[in-house]
Design a protein around this ligand. Sequence first.
Ligand SMILES: C[S@@+](CC[C@H](N)C(=O)[O-])C[C@H]1O[C@@H](n2cnc3c(N)ncnc32)[C@H](O)[C@@H]1O
Length: 201
Amino acid sequence: MVLEKSIDGSLLEQAHDLIVDVLEQGDAAVDATLGNGHDTLFLARCVGRAGKVFGFDVQQAAVGNTRKRLDDAGVDSDCYALFCESHVDMALHITTKVKAVMFNLGYLPGGDKKIITQAHSTVAALSAAIGSLSCGGILTVMCYPGHDGGADEADLVTNFVDELNKEHWTVARYSRAEARASTPYLWTILDVSQKKRPTPE
Ligand SMILES: C[S@@+](CC[C@H](N)C(=O)[O-])C[C@H]1O[C@@H](n2cnc3c(N)ncnc32)[C@H](O)[C@@H]1O
């Protein structure tokens, strides 16, 4: 079953609030779409100096913007690894299980709106992300069906989510109270496999 939740506030803040509950200092996390680095900095603060954030974007500008944001905030460069590569290849670079993965689909704000996440590579990357999550981990996906190609991408993401085993994953879809078909929404996918396993006597 997918939980449908309607909220008044920001969907990105909702994603952050849920991730804060899961991530601990020393954990590893992934920002699958660096953009301007806001989510990367958020993740870096959650995991602290003992943790690590892996980040991916196909645009060098996004990698540069993110590196600057982290440097300006005083995040130690040992605490992150940024790759100017598609998130499809994340498994080649992530050397450990991770506790949280964020996808914020679409284009780089302030950048070229034609360079945008693509439906099929997004779904392939979601599979890779699910495979990299540790027990109790969380995956969040912000979808923008109003963008060019965004509706098709959002549909494929919905298909991907529908096929997840709901015994293993708790899935919720958050949208704004006044949402229309073209307005953004947020998927949250939480690993509950340990919680549902019967406790040994
Ligand atoms: C909405 S922005 C991300 C915003 C970002 N999380 C932030 O906090 O500023 C989407 C980003 O996805 C990137 N992108 C597009 N295709 C990608 C791919 N295949 N792999 C990784 N990033 C991609 C774009 O270049 C863009 O920077």
